[in-house]
Design a protein. Structure first.
Lengths: 157, 157
């Protein structure tokens, strides 16, 4: 099985140009671009994105957000966790294990992970060792939260 | 221009079966099904979903969630608002104005509306009179929030 190198992405014009190829391009990316253009952030500052390059191009990415324990409504004991979103592999590079490589990287950080299993992606998340939570309309508001639990952590409620 | 009848959907086995045709089928829908099967909720109880029927089938839907003012981080003055998501029209019925009909219905309720402009849907939301917010990573966590403001309401900050 091939292994892929997962890299923490820096915010610079090249990365932000590469982001435009992804379907989930929105206000978050536009905001980084404006901040860079307006010199509100430095070139090559840290971003919450991780990615995989192939053939010199960014072909897979995810956003990993470190959430403070005070916002945790999922885990027992209540603790810091990672929120994972915008996991996306460009179409010609799908089904090669790049999504799995990104998620494995996130798991290697040894914090609980929460994601939203959108667009019928639940089978992928189950394969990755994630499990659905008990749906709570007030908390989850239409999301399909799936979580990954490191040893010693369980689901609240 | 054709007008479509927007209906508030009741939770029953027929509706939940029709939901399976939509791409954004997840824990929210499964939870309603389990609650109905377990008699935790009554047949035909209210749901937060609205839909349009054509040819006897549910072909478009959205979820509208009434959010209490205490959770409002978008509007000035701070107030109750609607969160709109899972707006989806089945493929053979797209480009006929059904999405527009659903959003117009939401606007007729005269509360501010917040949605997440996913998958490059920003041009649609702009056409509907929505505007992007100033992206705030802590609050918006990778979303692309677009809002619609009734008269007398403005954006916070």
């Amino acid at each position: 099985m091939q292994t892929y190198q997962v890299e923490k992405l820096k915010i610079n014009f090249k990365t932000l140009e590469e982001f435009k190829k992804f379907r989930e391009y929105g206000l978050a990316e536009l905001s980084m671009l404006e901040d860079l253009e307006g010199n509100l952030i430095e070139n090559n500052s840290d971003s919450p994105f991780y990615g995989i390059y192939q053939d010199g191009k960014l072909v897979a990415r995810m956003c990993l957000y470190h959430v403070d324990a005070k916002y945790d409504r999922y885990f027992d004991p209540q603790q810091d966790f990672l929120e994972l979103w915008k996991l996306e592999v460009l179409i010609p590079y799908q089904r090669l294990g790049l999504g799995t490589a990104l998620v494995s990287y996130a798991k290697s950080l040894s914090l609980p992970i929460k994601t939203n299993a959108r667009n019928r992606s639940a089978p992928f998340w189950k394969k990755m060792g994630f499990q659905p939570v008990r749906y709570n309309p007030e908390r989850d508001r239409g999301e399909s939260p799936y979580v990954w639990l490191p040893e010693g952590v369980s689901l609240k409620d």
